[in-house]
Ligand binder design. Structure first.
Ligand SMILES: *[C@@H]1O[C@H](CO)[C@@H](O)[C@H](O)[C@H]1NC(C)=O
Length: 400
């Protein structure tokens, strides 16, 4: 009788152990150790899980993010040991607003090429760019991006668009692309104000002897309507990223395509039209002048003491390798002569420099790499930097 009871009891125990869920409904069981872990609460702000199981809370700092919590599963498979770390976006900076007739736009080449081309701190730098820009320039109206080929920050989890949206720049043009090219064009425009119309133009000319032949480079266009206290102004914005190497032949052809595109949009002359981007031609280059003339634009004076947008003397990313020593001004924001004329127009070169040094894994020819490499992981060369891109940003400020 006792034996029978014992047998029944153990059967029950087995049944209980095998089939009943052992964890409470707000928890999940880790198959590696049988322990229950509470499902992490939704983050209070946009966040990203650092996937590897050997991350530590201070890793978030290296991306300009803020440590939130740790968990052995995160949003992916369970860790057999260790924890995943969740990092939060810093709090939204307090934005301010200028009058409808004032417009501030930053053009920035963010240097976010695919990992198989280079490892140069894509994640560490681009996670910081939007928080940096909007904390330093809380009254920006729009940002024109170039070289966001993957999407920025942790592109499939927390990308530039997610950050922009949370920070109040929810209006964004599509990144230009072509089904005939391998990579998208890397350019898009983000705005605090509604974008009521947009077009993308892919250049048909590119140097066939460079990889750029397979990149959908061209022009992003957005029509932005800024409304402040019942006053309204329409700002047409374009941004481009021209052929980066070799002679001016291809850039001149691309500029003709840009001018044709601009003309084809039939923008009313009582609206503002602002051109921007990385033209890859120096301000002293006669081909730059021809291009500006072709667009019927005017280059405003550069205010401030920093005169080059590409400056190996001051930009620590460009000092990791002893390469191009020449300083250049190749990034611009400038208005059209044929459209509504600003009373005041200026360009200012802005060094996007983090207060702290952060570390990146650096590798200039890394074809075997397909993903982000944590600098303390399997990295051949670690560099400590403060600058957020190899180009400085250009702030265009206009009063109409
Ligand atoms: C520039 O101005 C000239 C002269 O008015 C005009 O013929 C040309 O179409 C304009 N170009 C663009 C891109 O608007």
């Amino acid at each position: 009788m006792l034996l029978k009871a014992l047998f029944l009891f153990s059967l029950l125990a087995i049944a209980h152990g095998c089939c009943k869920k052992r964890c409470k409904s707000d928890s999940l069981e880790n198959p590696f150790n049988g322990k229950c872990y509470q499902i992490p609460p939704e983050p209070e702000r946009p966040a990203v899980w650092l996937d590897d199981c050997d991350r530590v809370p201070s890793d978030c700092d290296n991306y300009g993010l803020i440590y939130d919590l740790q968990h052995p599963k995160g949003d992916g498979p369970w860790c057999s040991s260790g924890q995943k770390i969740r990092c939060l976006l810093p709090e939204k900076p307090k934005l301010t607003v200028t009058g409808a007739k004032e417009f501030k736009i930053i053009s920035i080449n963010v240097m976010e090429r695919n990992y198989y081309m280079t490892l140069d701190g894509q994640n560490e730098r681009t996670c910081r760019i939007v928080p940096w820009l909007l904390s330093n320039f809380p009254n920006l109206d729009a940002i024109a991006f170039q070289e966001t080929f993957m999407g920025g920050c942790f592109s499939n989890k927390l990308n530039l668009r997610d950050i922009l949206t949370y920070y109040g720049f929810k209006y964004q043009t599509e990144t230009i692309y072509s089904t005939l090219k391998i990579l998208n064009g890397g350019t898009f425009i983000a705005s605090k104000w509604p974008i009521v119309d947009e077009y993308g133009k892919i250049f048909t000319t590119a140097n066939p002897w460079t990889f750029e032949y397979f990149v959908a480079k061209g022009v992003s266009y957005g029509k932005i309507v800024k409304t402040v206290e019942s006053e309204q102004m329409t700002y047409n914005v374009m941004t481009t990223h021209m052929q980066s190497s070799g002679s001016n032949y291809y850039r001149e052809a691309q500029c003709r395509e840009w001018a044709d595109f601009s003309k084809s949009l039939d923008i009313p002359s009582n609206e503002a039209l602002i051109f921007s981007g990385d033209l890859n031609m120096d301000v002293t280059d006669p081909s730059l002048k021809s291009c500006i003339d072709l667009l019927n634009g005017t280059l405003p004076e550069i205010s401030g003491f920093q005169k080059a947008s590409y400056d190996p003397n001051s930009n620590d990313i460009l000092q990791i390798e002893d390469m191009y020593k020449q300083t250049m001004l190749i990034d611009f924001v400038f208005p059209s002569k044929m459209h509504r004329q600003p009373e005041k127009a200026s360009q200012e070169i802005i060094q996007m420099k983090s207060n702290d040094y952060f570390k990146i894994c650096y590798c200039s020819i890394c074809v075997s790499r397909t993903r982000h490499v944590f600098p303390d992981d399997d990295c051949e060369r670690v560099a400590w930097i403060q600058q957020l891109s190899d180009h400085y940003a250009v702030l265009g400020h206009f009063k109409f």
